[in-house]
Design a protein around this ligand. Structure first.
Ligand code: MLT
Length: 201
């Protein structure tokens, strides 16, 4: 997959894997990595799907309605890519924390829904429930930050609560941060994610 890898100064720090929102690129979330963990290595990935020219991580049928077959296929593609990237760039595959926004948070969420060992932790900015009616893997020890907006028209507060419950039932430790905002990623949400990261990693 098209990506940027930036080697950090602290080899023991988690590797941050960045997943942009719809229409973004692998450059978009690089500033977030500097705020969250300036010494970490960073792997920033571009989604392989194009929707009217806009990169995404999986296909959707309409706003909020995911192409489930493609979601499963693309989730495995990203999972396999992380395995390959760890070998290619020489980082610890077990020490990966995802940072995703919107569609990028949804592919990170889907990694958590399908694989017990995909991520050590995840910062999910405005995620949705990637799939329903499936058994999640055992996620004990997985640390998750969810940033959500009380007025988000794409990810409703109810959906955020549903996702939090599903991940919690699978054993993950989930922290939810609410903004009085919509779907946008605010500076205060990024700062809250950075503060959460610093107390957990
Ligand atoms: C998605 O398709 O993943 C969500 O609707 C968020 C987005 O608009 O990208």
């Amino acid at each position: 997959m098209k990506h940027i890898y930036q080697k950090g100064t602290d080899a023991a720090a988690p590797v941050l894997v960045l997943f942009h929102g719809t229409g973004g690129t692998e450059r978009d979330l690089l500033p977030l990595a500097s705020v969250i963990s300036p010494t970490s290595s960073v792997l920033s990935v571009r989604g392989n799907v194009l929707e009217n020219g806009m990169p995404r991580f999986f296909r959707r049928l309409a706003e909020g309605i995911f192409d489930e077959e493609d979601l499963i296929f693309r989730t495995k593609e990203v999972y396999d890519f992380l395995d390959q990237a760890a070998v290619e760039h020489g980082f610890d595959r077990q020490n990966v924390v995802a940072v995703g926004y919107s569609n990028g948070a949804n592919i990170a969420g889907s990694l958590l829904f399908h694989y017990p060992d995909a991520l050590r932790g995840a910062i999910l900015h405005h995620p949705m429930v990637p799939r329903r009616g499936v058994q999640l893997p055992e996620l004990s020890g997985t640390l998750i930050f969810i940033g959500a907006g009380k007025n988000d028209p794409i990810c409703s507060p109810q959906e955020t609560e549903e996702l939090t419950a599903l991940l919690g039932e699978a054993g993950a430790a989930v922290h939810v941060h609410w903004e009085q905002a919509g779907h946008q990623l605010t500076r205060s949400e990024v700062d809250a994610a950075a503060a959460w990261y610093k107390t957990n990693f």
